[in-house]
Design a protein around this ligand. Structure first.
Ligand code: KG4
Ligand code: ZN
Length: 355
């Protein structure tokens, strides 16, 4: 159980991810995305995603093995995302993982996608003795940590006391995910999918204070059980109304200001809540994950406010922030090293799997 060689499979959304780790060392991370196929629909189409996973799976496994320089019979265990995510997409990954585990007669570990995002933080590159900018030393994440996971599919705040045994969901979005809000607002502004990078670009030179868009659920009562939940659909509607009003009045829509002000509203709520959780639970560490972490303003505001709050900010490399198989393999390896037994072949895909 020392430094097991684990192959991880991730198919919860539109990325077919296959990654290989040895303990906490990253060996390979192959990603095939069906994002281009969803672009013309303005969002991920579950049926299209599932079909794309099926086509991408075998080539992704082959290339992950080649990149890692290992053969299938050397693999000690398989790890796979069993949820949460798109049911049909998850089923392809779970089916492939089970088939692989049966074929090589090795144990299989079903893991939670959100906890996998946190697991990404234990990984280090081979030959990398120590990373100056990182508190992670030899693949040992420090606990407790608050994790803010923001992507097109989820917006979740977690309190992680231990990666393999104690992860608590503090809050999540009650409607749109943060990335979904970027995608929808980009669409109503006439920008292509995916919207996050487009809004980032459009916001350059814009005034984030030009328009005061609503910060959803930003003022909950102290002991409200849902105080760490998020809501972005009201913000999306507010942007739509504001733009319509301008257009109805025959005025030009100031794209840079709208983009910058919208982005500011999202970022403000995300970082305010994450740091409020750090303060309430006395946790001096904040980990970011998910595709929205690519956002320039998210990184900027997180860095400034975390420093002011005395909170150590951790952001894994972007290739490990977006959905990938290496983070799933990493979590599987952590489970094995902590002495957890495998899942057996009875589990299924669970689109609403709790942490
Ligand atoms: O984690 P991810 O790659 O995958 C899934 O959600 O499946 O995240 C993709 C999401 C999309 O909604 C995209 O618009 C958003 O992340 N995103 C961004 C940026 N880059 C990607 N959102 C804001 N700013 C960005 N620069
Ligand atoms: Zn994700």
């Amino acid at each position: 159980t020392d430094n097991p060689l684990v192959l991880g499979i991730e198919t919860s959304c539109d990325e077919t991810g296959v990654g290989i780790v040895r303990g906490a060392t990253l060996l390979s991370n192959t990603i095939a995305s069906s994002m281009d196929e969803h672009a013309r629909y303005g969002g991920v189409v579950p049926e299209v995603a599932a079909r794309a996973h099926l086509e991408a799976m075998t080539p992704a496994i082959t290339s992950a093995l080649a990149d890692a320089g290992v053969t299938l019979d050397e693999i000690d265990a398989i790890a796979v995302t069993s949820g949460p995510g798109l049911a049909g997409a998850l089923m392809v990954g779970v089916g492939a993982a089970k088939a692989l585990a049966l074929a090589i007669e090795k144990p299989i570990y079903a893991v939670n996608h959100l906890v996998g995002h946190v697991g990404a933080d234990v990984l280090r590159a081979p030959q990398q003795e120590s990373d100056e900018s990182s508190e992670v030393d030899g693949g040992r994440i420090q606990y407790p940590t608050i994790a803010l996971l923001v992507s097109g599919g989820h917006t979740s705040l977690l309190l992680v006391r231990d990666l393999v045994s104690d992860v608590e969901l503090l809050g999540e979005t009650i409607d749109d995910a943060a990335g979904e809000a970027f995608d929808k607002v980009a669409r109503l502004l006439g920008l292509p999918y995916p919207g996050g990078p487009e809004i980032d670009r459009a916001a350059v030179g814009g005034n984030p204070k030009a328009i005061r868009f609503p910060r959803g659920l930003s003022l909950p009562k102290d002991h409200d059980a849902h105080r760490y939940d998020f809501s972005f659909s009201g913000l999306k509607t507010a942007v739509a109304r504001w733009v319509e009003k301008k257009q109805d009045a025959g005025e030009e829509v100031p794209l840079a200001d709208v983009a910058a002000s919208f982005r500011e509203a999202v970022v403000d709520v995300l970082i305010t809540k994450a740091l409020a959780a750090c303060a309430e639970y006395g946790v001096p560490r904040l980990l970011l994950g998910g595709g929205v972490v690519a956002n320039a303003r998210v990184r900027e505001v997180a860095a400034v406010r975390a420093e002011a709050a005395g909170v150590a900010l951790r952001i894994p490399p972007l290739s490990l922030c977006t959905d990938n198989g290496a983070m799933i393999a990493a979590l599987g390896a952590q489970l094995i090293m902590a002495g957890h037994g495998p899942s057996g072949l009875g589990f299924g895909a669970d689109s609403t799997l709790p942490v």
